[in-house]
Write a protein that binds this ligand. Structure first.
Ligand code: SF4
Length: 301
């Protein structure tokens, strides 16, 4: 597929690392970075007074968006409209999108504007079995907006996915989760100390959220970023795999190899980057980790 403004094919290599996102390892095992389209084609919300803006945000009528893109074979089944919301409470050492971390840095977008974009792609979703994916940042930073977006998509019969770290799982009401067909749950480490080192936050809320999702019957794809020297210890991977194996609604595990292609953003934002010199995992390491999941009966990509 030819990439056009606002519509980027999956697997596009982005040597400048702008707006890069981890994605599943392709068949040739070369990590890819893909680029989001910014807010091209999406009108920002009309100007309003501060009080009106606050009320609209609280009601979920307006959200803070970083970017969007149209992708195939990542972020869920079929061709997806992936919307990246702004704001994230984690501080992952390997984050490729440090410009998504602050909600105030996003663009204000009306939920109806995004739903109009979803409607435009209905034929594509129907033809490919795709749908809407809401990612970030962390989509559960904006639960009211997310809930409205998902509800509107479900009213159109669209398959819905959220991509979340699970840290803010308690922000997700049962009504919101009823409107989610698939959760991409990022479990960044299995040992609490490693999780804190990698993200700056606690592991327990993510595990709690995963159990709740399983009990509710929400389908999950688990994502694990493999970073040599940080998350690759056999006991850390085993802890993730042991936990995931207890979750009956997990459909697959995606092992995402770390790479340095988004590194420049940290400099541009004046943020200290700690993973200089950390290599991408080699094929043998990726295979060892995948096998740790496989040997627990999990389907691994
Ligand atoms: S969860 Fe981690 S990798 Fe994802 S946006 Fe937040 S800090 Fe970045």
């Amino acid at each position: 597929m030819t990439a056009t403004l606002g519509e980027h094919a999956a697997g596009v290599v982005a040597p400048d690392g702008i707006n890069g996102f981890y994605e599943p390892v392709p068949e040739d095992n070369v990590p890819r970075l893909r680029r989001a389209a910014g807010t091209a084609g999406i009108d920002v919300a009309a100007e309003m007074t501060h009080a009106e803006h606050v009320a609209a945000v609280r009601a979920g009528e307006i959200g803070s968006m970083h970017s969007w893109e149209l992708v195939t074979a990542v972020d869920g089944p079929g061709t997806r409209l992936t919307v990246f919301l702004a704001g994230c409470p984690l501080r992952c050492l390997y984050c490729h999108n440090p410009d998504t971390l602050k909600m105030k840095d996003g663009e204000p977008v009306a939920v109806d504007t995004l739903l109009a974009r979803v409607r435009r792609y209905l034929p594509v979703f129907r033809a490919t079995g795709g749908g809407l994916t809401v990612s970030g940042g962390e989509p559960l930073m904006q639960p009211a907006f997310l809930g409205r977006l998902l509800r509107g998509a479900k009213e159109m019969g669209v398959h819905t996915t959220i991509d979340t770290s699970g840290l803010l799982g308690t922000h997700a009401s049962d009504a919101l989760l009823d409107d989610v067909d698939l959760v991409l749950l990022d479990i960044k480490s299995g040992l609490p100390g490693t999780y804190r080192r990698a993200t700056g936050r606690d592991l327990a809320p993510t595990l709690d959220f995963s159990r709740r999702l399983a009990e509710r019957g929400n389908a999950m794809w688990i994502r694990f970023v493999l970073v040599p020297g940080l998350t690759d210890a056999p006991e850390n991977v085993a802890a993730v795999a042991d936990h995931v194996a207890t979750l009956p609604t997990v459909q697959r595990v995606e092992v995402l190899p770390f790479h340095q292609m988004g590194r420049d953003k940290w400099d541009r934002l004046g943020m200290a980057y700690e993973l200089d010199g950390t290599p991408a995992p080699d094929t043998a390491l990726v295979e060892r980790v995948r096998e740790q999941f496989r040997e627990r009966g999990l389907t691994v990509y």
